[in-house]
Ligand binder design. Structure first.
Ligand code: NAP
Length: 525
């Protein structure tokens, strides 16, 4: 398939005339062909109007049609073959194996949502029978189901050009809920976005769905994204990116005449608590695994372990020495964009000036806009007094926080901002300390791991990729896993509706064979 540089507005391909944008190859430091025509508010309005027009037909289409549509997108992405992988490699500097893995994850999550749609538990179908003889007052017949909120705007992430972009988790979960989607193309992977966009556009047509179910807009600067969030047809927003970008969209959404929710995943340092018995038993292996996790994908993961917190002592000294040796073997690698590389360089400069001690750095490689891995150490007291040390630097760097005693470790845990993950490296002997930390960490993080490193997020039913601010703008949600669908649903109660008007999910004879909560009993009733 050929990349044309057009936007996809419903079934049409439209060349924007407001600006000319170019994709960029950060490894070779060159612009990529073709030029993209950037659009503006007019194209956003057209895409949103089509989405609004498509909403009722799409949400009322049989669940089987919706599931097959998600599977068709997955099939069409696979059919793009190496064209997609090669373009994504050029635009992101990510290696082939990583992008092939990401493609597998992307189609895997589309298929997970297809099976979720068929299973129907997300409808939360609930029936409370009428009690006409109840005293002192009779009870009405009450039935509840969840319905989609309406058209959703999606902003893809720079660091996952496939799995968190045009047909990534936000889009898949919104489609699964029954919402049309308008995607704002990420400027760092315009060509990859168009290819995947065309795969989605074809699936819409082949599934016989209204064209407005999907659009992809492209534009220069923030204006097009701002117009998208402000458009009255849009009812919810999914975003992954910087804290500044996420908060800007939250602000626009809150100031609309009709405010809407923004599910923004933004910033996390993913603290790792390396507890004493674990350091004693296997500090050597943990040090190597820690540095591998910090430098994986040039540190460009939202779950990168940016902090290790441990108790002072000889085992920690050994761990620090081994981590330093490990990081000194890592070389500079090209980052996703020159802006991200610039932000990393200035974050490191600030950290150098913050009082944290540089333990070791990696070695200079050939990368054009490469990021040099850096490891720091700091005493807990200084850490607690220096806000800069708690903030995310997106890239291959991490700080080891040294605590005098367990109480100080708990104080550090309490001091942390909201996180996507928190990790306990522990052995049996650490159980009492872990028991003290757990209630603090539950209030801080969306996922708590034992004896692993947080990079690597499973797409499954029980996954939570979310957490209190600034990890996300809404800690009640996840952007990965089956529960992500909840962001784009809302409950409706039907009171005393005649059978002829009831939705199928709530009909007496349960024609969809759903598991329902009927008079307090859960089952296929
Ligand atoms: P970004 O600058 O926040 O951009 C993300 C998307 O939002 C882009 O499509 C961007 O498009 C749009 N956008 C940003 N600010 C906007 C605004 N004020 N109004 C309207 N649209 C806006 O993030 P990025 O380029 O993906 O990465 C940059 C930084 O994000 C990284 O250095 C890192 O700190 C952070 N990041 C965090 C995670 C995470 O999961 N926590 C993941 C990736 C990146 P335009 O620029 O074209 O407007």
């Amino acid at each position: 398939m050929k990349i044309t540089g057009e936007m996809l507005i419903g079934a049409s391909a439209v060349r924007g005339a407001d600006a000319t944008l170019r994709a960029f190859d950060p490894a070779r430091n060159i612009d990529l062909e073709p030029a993209f025509g950037g659009g503006g508010a007019a194209e956003v309005a057209r895409a949103c109007e089509l989405a609004e027009a498509a909403f009722d037909d799409y949400r009322h289409a049989p669940l089987e049609t919706r599931a097959q549509f998600l599977e068709a997108i997955a099939d069409n992405i696979i059919a793009l073959g190496d064209t997609l992988i090669e373009r994504a490699m050029a635009e992101s500097a990510l290696p082939k194996a990583r992008l092939e893995g990401e493609r597998a994850r992307t189609v895997g999550q589309l298929r997970l949502f297809a099976s979720l749609v068929r299973e129907g538990r997300w409808l939360a179908a609930t029936l409370d029978s009428a009690q006409p003889d109840r005293k002192p007052l009779p009870r009405s017949d009450l039935r509840l189901q969840k319905i989609p909120v309406g058209p959703v705007a999606v902003f893809g992430a720079s660091n996952f050009p496939l799995a968190f972009s045009v047909a990534g988790g936000d889009t898949a979960s919104a489609f699964a809920a029954g919402c049309p989607v308008v995607v704002k193309s990420h400027p760092a992977h315009l060509g990859t976005s168009e290819l995947v966009g065309r795969a989605v556009q074809k699936a819409v047509a082949d599934s016989g769905l209204p064209e407005g179910v999907f659009s992809l807009v492209v534009g220069e600067g923030n204006a097009i994204g701002e117009a998208l969030v402000a458009h009255p047809a849009i009812q919810s927003v999914g975003f992954t990116g910087s804290r500044r970008g996420g908060l800007a969209l939250v602000d626009i959404a809150a100031k609309r005449p009709t405010p809407i929710p923004v599910f923004a995943e933004m910033s996390s340092v993913n603290p790792v608590f390396a507890l004493p018995s674990a350091l004693e038993a296997r500090g050597d292996k943990l040090a190597v695994a820690y540095i591998d996790s910090v430098t994986l994908g040039v540190g460009q993961f939202c779950t990168n372990p940016g902090l290790v917190i441990a108790l002072d002592g000889p085992d920690l000294d050994d761990f620090i020495d081994l981590a330093a040796t490990a990081i000194m073997k890592k070389d500079t690698q090209t980052m996703l964009t020159s802006q991200i590389a610039g932000a990393y360089a200035s974050g490191i400069k600030e950290r150098d000036e913050s009082g944290a001690r540089n333990i070791a750095t990696g070695v200079k490689g050939k990368a054009a806009s490469g990021a040099l891995p850096v490891l720091y150490r700091v005493n807990a007291e200084e850490f607690l007094a220096t806000p800069q040390l708690s903030g995310e630097i997106f890239g291959p760097t991490s700080v080891i926080v040294i605590c005098r005693d367990e109480d100080e470790m708990i104080s550090v845990a309490r001091h942390l901002e909201g996180q996507l993950t928190a990790t306990l490296l522990m052995e049996k002997g650490d159980i009492e300390l872990a028991r003290r930390l757990l209630p603090v960490l539950e209030r801080k993080a969306g996922r708590i791991l034992a004896n692993g490193f947080p990079t690597g997020v499973e797409v499954s039913y029980a996954m939570v990729h979310g957490g209190p601010f600034p990890a996300t703008s809404d800690s009640r949600a996840t952007s990965v896993g089956a529960m992500a669908i909840e962001r784009f649903l809302r409950p409706v109660c039907y009171q005393d509706l005649p059978a002829a008007l009831l939705p199928q999910a709530l009909a007496d004879d349960n024609p969809l064979s759903l598991w329902r909560l009927r008079d307090g009993e859960l089952g296929p009733n």
